[in-house]
Design a binder for this molecule. Sequence first.
Ligand code: C5P
Length: 313
Amino acid sequence: MRCQTGAPLDRLPRFYYCACHVRVHTQAPAKVNLHLQILDVREDGYHNLVSLFQAVSLYDDVELATGGQDGSVSIAGDFPFPQESNTIHRAATLFRDKAGVRDGLRVRVHKRIPMGGGMGGGSCDAAATLLGLQELFGRPLSDRRLLSLGAELGSDVPFFLRGSAAAIVEGRGERVTPIAPRDDFGLVCLFPGIPVHTVDAYRMLDEMRRSVPSGAQAASRDSIGSEYMLPVEQWSFRNDFDDVVQRPEILRGRDMLLARGALACRLTGSGSTLIGLFATPGDADECIRRLPAGPSFPGAIVVKPLAMMPLVG
Ligand code: C5P
């Protein structure tokens, strides 16, 4: 990245960047959970989990620039959330605070990832903001510090910061083990048009388990990693939220994907988006062609599993 004078930014003192009003554009990719097991409740009230995260080719655009009123963070974009409670604002404020940045920041966002859909839209925007600000201000924070800020912002954020398009995620979400990503299988994501609130989904799962405790063993990292390498039809991955998040729109969406050739269909995260799995990207394209178009299913999209996270720049 270069400033307007053409000098490489990493050779300039930081106050100089502030005068440059440079701009960084980041693509924030969505994720799907190919496997998600929710384990015990922790002392901090969160749940331990074990999950296989895969980044996919559906992106929000986040553009960051210095400027505007000194000390303020302003966000322009096509999303309905109040400025101060959205994850971009929280990430930018935390970063400025910890990195000692005083400049005002202007952020432009173009959202494509469904909100309340379990595809990590808020978390990848937060991660893209942290990564973009690192570039904009000459990497003032260590990778380790950035990961810990990410974990403060949300349980899924560390995955998006880690830089691997596939990873096994444990703990509350902060333990991320990268694995070699696959991009040879097909995925259709179906957003049924209704959001699911993560807090409610966890509460429903806890309630169900008070009467029917889960007897399932937590899958090990090794077993998840080796199963991921098998043909998709041999995967026995699961999502524990499938047992409790059962709105009619979701059940109908699952039937439609299975009837149109999906080898398996489950929620991603706590929903509401369904993922249909296919042996090849071509099979996923064929499923989309056979889905009814129109308002009954506004959110059916073929996404590709990513082999690489997008670069910031
Ligand atoms: O960390 P994040 O903001 O994504 O979490 C949203 C909510 O989901 C938390 O308030 C908590 O109720 C639940 N959660 C959990 N255990 C996790 C992740 C999320 O209980 N590992």
